[in-house]
Design a protein around this ligand. Sequence first.
Ligand code: KG4
Length: 360
Amino acid sequence: MEKKTVILAIESSCDDTSSAVIVDGVLMSNVIASQKVHEEYGGVVPELASRAHQQNILPVVDTALKRAGVAKEELSAIAFTRGPGLLGSLLVGTSFAKGLALSLGIPLIDVNHLQGHVLAHFVEPSVELIAQTPSLQGAEIKHPSFPFLCLLVSGGNSQVVLVKAYNDMEIIGQTIDDAAGEAFDKCAKVLGLPYPGGPWVDKLAKLGNPDKYPFAKPNIPGYDYSFSGLKTSFLYTLRDMLKEHGVETIDELAEKVPNLREDMCASLQTTVVDILMRKLKKAAQDLKISQVAVAGGVSANSALRQAFIDYGKRFHWEVFIPPFSFTTDNAAMVCQAGYFKYLDGDFCRIDEVPYAKTTI
Ligand code: KG4
């Protein structure tokens, strides 16, 4: 009987500890432990994140193996996120992956987190996993063909990526300042919403008027993005309203301006989505590409997902929107990237170190 290819992946780039197992190209498990400890600080605290990874990693890996029905002796290789991310967090996953690979005498595969997000589009969950995961039920699992464009939007990145093959990607546009997720999170913080603010903006925007506050849109060439002007415009709008109503806090202002947070969120969200989609459309038109995907945490945003569907219809794109479980940080995407690298025989040395910053 032919030996199965079994890859275990570890993701620890920020504040989610995750582990997944792929057997012969099929995702058998994807376990994520999110860290609640950061909520009270309004952002991820790197030192607390690495400590929580240290506590979570063993049970998370153990659960991923158990759920996949795989013994560690059956593993063919260990894949891990090498970067970009928080160095202290990455070190936990990297060291654990090295130790496990060394003890089992199997190869180690380093994965670029951003490439992982793009390759999330090739994850093929097992029937059993779909049955156990509500967010995978009813989700359309389809894979883009090459070349395709991928809008990669997360808390740390906003990029337009031209994907020519599994292992051949080129960033053709990216933010010159803040990322889209960062813009959501920072504006949400100003409104007094909890961290991370993106999902809250999404939720409140559903109850607001997207045309109420016309915020500034950037005017920069090519396929690059900028969100700092929008952030300033958001801040100044609030500052002017505080002055106009003679109050000092957002809570006081919200008492005087009905639907303040909802309308601010709806206007912010519609502006961010419009900025993202316009550049993507330009890239698709210039490069004559009609396979268009979205990836990263911000791809959970309902208005962005709807915009993909609408643009798809208008411009005859075939659009690829990942199931919610594969949008925010997860090891399934790292495992998929690791599986492709395993098939290419592309392994990494045991003395490789994580990197905090990198491009694709
Ligand atoms: O990819 P991700 O989990 O982490 C990295 O940055 O690598 O992305 C997290 C980002 C945060 O900025 C969060 O606010 C944003 O994704 N996000 C959302 C939504 N869900 C998560 N932004 C807008 N709408 C959402 N529904």
